[in-house]
Write a protein that binds this ligand. Structure first.
Ligand code: DX5
Ligand code: ZN
Length: 218
């Protein structure tokens, strides 16, 4: 069976009790960390100083998702502080290949994200340069939005292309992933699932993670 990863988004956690919140997702594979700069998206979260403390405190590795302008300048710092993976948006990067290489050189998994309106073909030059591709299943910026099923054909194209190339790239989905939507994303080829409200909004996040894992594998 193929490997399934569940990465809860701490955007849906209580920011002033982050250590307790991280302990509630010990059953997850990675903690997904949404960095927003109020420019690339109309919302603001936190920057390197906060992410570094989360890194020092987290029982699980960090999957950093940068929704920021000028990732060419800022993304390497997140790899240097020890994040397991650093994902930048293709739409914001000046030189995505050079940036991905730099992230890998530092020792992080390199990830590239695409918004719902960005086609699969925009990623043509990045095969072999990245370890994960993040297909946004909502417009980036906020948690709690509805899953966009119209992004599934793009995911399917990328999954087919990965299979054709024998690529080990992880295909990640982010936005509106819940027990009722995760199966369609898995069926279209995703193996790595970000879920914010579906995990942190549950009474028992551990049980929610297990349920998502079950649905994705079904
Ligand atoms: C949205 C963020 C997501 C968000 C997902 O821009 O990238 O990671 O936290 O939240 P849910 O799972 O609630 O849609
Ligand atoms: Zn995210």
């Amino acid at each position: 069976a193929r490997e399934i990863r569940i990465n809860p988004s701490i955007l849906a956690a209580d920011f002033v009790n982050m250590q307790t919140e991280l302990a509630r997702i010990a059953a997850a594979d990675f903690a997904h960390v949404d960095v927003m700069d109020n420019h690339f998206v109309p919302n603001l979260t936190f920057g390197p100083q906060m992410v570094e403390r989360i890194q020092q405190t987290s029982p699980i590795p960090l999957d950093v998702h940068l929704m920021i302008e000028d990732p060419d300048r800022w993304a390497p710092g997140y790899a240097e502080l020890g994040a397991a993976s650093v994902t930048f948006h293709l739409e914001a990067a000046r030189d995505p290949i050079a940036l991905a290489r730099r992230l890998r050189d530092i020792g992080a998994r390199a990830g590239v994200a695409v918004k719902p309106g960005t086609p699969a073909s925009a990623l043509d030059e990045l095969w072999g340069e990245v370890d994960q591709i993040l297909v946004m299943t909502v417009e980036p910026g906020f948690g709690g939005q509805s899953f966009m099923p119209e992004t599934m054909p793009k995911l399917r194209l990328l999954a087919d292309e990965a299979a054709r190339r024998g690529s080990a790239v992880w295909l990640q989905v982010d936005g509106g992933i819940s027990a009722s939507t995760i199966a369609q994303a898995a069926e279209a080829g995703a193996d790595t699932f970000v879920a914010g409200s579906a995990v942190f909004g549950a009474d028992d996040p551990g049980a929610a993670i297990a349920a998502l894992r079950g649905q994705a594998a079904a």
